[in-house]
Design a protein around this ligand. Structure first.
Ligand code: FES
Ligand code: FES
Length: 166
């Protein structure tokens, strides 16, 4: 298999039964991927696996054997302008208290923001798999709402520019 983590070929796992979250934190230094419940309930360990947000605690390394896989963690989202926008809005709206949950929320929201037509009304569903023990849901949701507005405005500006350019 070829496992790319944030664009870099990852080493072979020592133990195929190891969870993806432990592999990412240990072998790849991706410490933004944060385990808490380890049973798929909190979203603290969310990463993108071939573009889809998944809980890394639920994936054993052997499941990735024999296939090419691309993982993106918070450390690797610089390639997505939408991720940068969301980070800016989370900072602007103080969407962190202890901050432990923040990477998971960002990774849960990123595929939605990158998607064709993000709508603010979908935000509760997008964030439904993430828990914030500091109960900062309101500010996290508001930050994502603002990010949706900015992404939509930037895209409609681009479309208007393209139309004007003929
Ligand atoms: S640690 Fe993976 S979902 Fe909670
Ligand atoms: S800010 Fe502390 S868990 Fe969410």
């Amino acid at each position: 298999m070829t496992l790319l983590v944030n664009g870099v070929v990852a080493p072979e796992p020592d133990d195929p039964d190891m969870s993806l979250v432990d592999f990412l934190r240990g072998a790849c230094g991706a410490v933004s991927c944060r385990p808490a419940c380890r049973v798929g309930r909190c979203g603290g360990c969310m990463v993108l696996l071939d573009g889809e947000a998944v809980n890394a605690c639920l994936i054993r390394m052997w499941r990735l054997d024999g296939r090419d896989t691309e993982i993106v963690t918070l450390e690797g989202i610089g390639r997505y302008p939408e991720g940068r926008i969301l980070q800016e809005e989370m900072i602007a709206h103080t969407a962190f208290q202890c901050g432990y949950c923040a990477p998971g929320f960002i990774m849960a929201a990123l595929p939605f923001l990158i998607g064709d037509d993000p709508e603010a009304g979908e935000i509760p569903v997008v964030l439904a798999g993430n828990i914030c023990r500091c109960t900062g849901y309101r500010s996290i949701g508001y930050a994502l709402e603002r990010a949706v507005s900015r992404v939509r405005a930037e895209r409609s500006g681009c479309r208007a520019d393209e139309a004007a350019a003929g």
